[in-house]
Write a protein that binds this ligand. Structure first.
Ligand code: GSF
Length: 203
């Protein structure tokens, strides 16, 4: 399997952490891929028509995207404890945590694109503030529901941890830990896992 990846992408990090937690990382070759919302990347487009990473090229030539789909596929490949719980309350909790982490990232990534790619004269602070409100809403929700993150890792915890790690990486000044002590304490423990330490973001 070949993973289109770069070290700055939090969605790719989800897949890399997931692969390490399930012992599948040795089966995945990584190919460095630059992405931009305003530049064509035809070779990535063959694997993912949306031209986003992560995309996973399988040995039969087919490809999977996006991060939730790739992670669920990886979960089908190993015989250990499943990180996507089977149908029932635990599954909905894990999926909702995943959706919250992904949503925080979607909002944060859109803000970065606004600032990095849109010409300054067209940037709109009201729009940036609106996205920031979304990611802060997600963080407040996680603080209220922090108990749901306890226990063995699931796709929910992995996603939330990658989102928080990315906020540290890109928006350190925003200080997401302020007023969110339970989430901060949970993250400190989770971030010490070898899978997280081996996948620290870098530019
Ligand atoms: C989001 C992937 C994404 O935005 C997923 O895989 O879960 N829902 C998808 N990837 C970004 C890179 S990153 O910030 O992780 C990407 O590929 N952006 C390129 C673009 O053209 O938007």
């Amino acid at each position: 399997m070949k993973l289109f990846f770069n070290n700055a992408s939090p969605f790719v990090r989800k897949v890399r952490v997931f692969a390490r937690e399930t012992g599948l990382d040795k089966n995945i070759e990584e190919t460095t891929t630059a992405v931009s919302p305003v530049q064509d990347n035809a070779s990535l487009g063959q694997a993912n028509p949306l031209q986003k990473i992560p995309a996973l090229l399988l040995d039969d030539g087919s490809a999977l995207f996006d991060s939730p789909v790739i992670c669920e596929y990886l979960d089908s490949l190993h015989a250990g404890r499943k990180l996507f719980p089977a149908a029932g309350p635990a599954r909905w909790t894990a999926l909702k945590l995943q959706a919250t982490g992904d949503g925080i990232l979607d909002a944060g990534v859109l803000c970065r694109y606004e600032m990095a790619f849109r010409p300054k004269e067209f940037q709109w602070s009201g729009w940036l503030d609106g996205q920031k409100k979304k990611w802060h809403g997600g963080l407040d929700y996680l603080e209220r529901e922090a108990g749901a993150l306890d226990g063995e890792p699931t796709i929910g915890g992995i996603t939330v941890a990658c989102a928080l790690g990315w906020l540290d990486f890109r928006y350190g000044d925003d200080n997401w830990r302020n007023g969110r002590p339970k989430l901060a304490a949970w993250f400190e423990k989770f971030a010490a896992r070898p899978s997280m330490k081996a996948t620290m973001p870098s530019a």
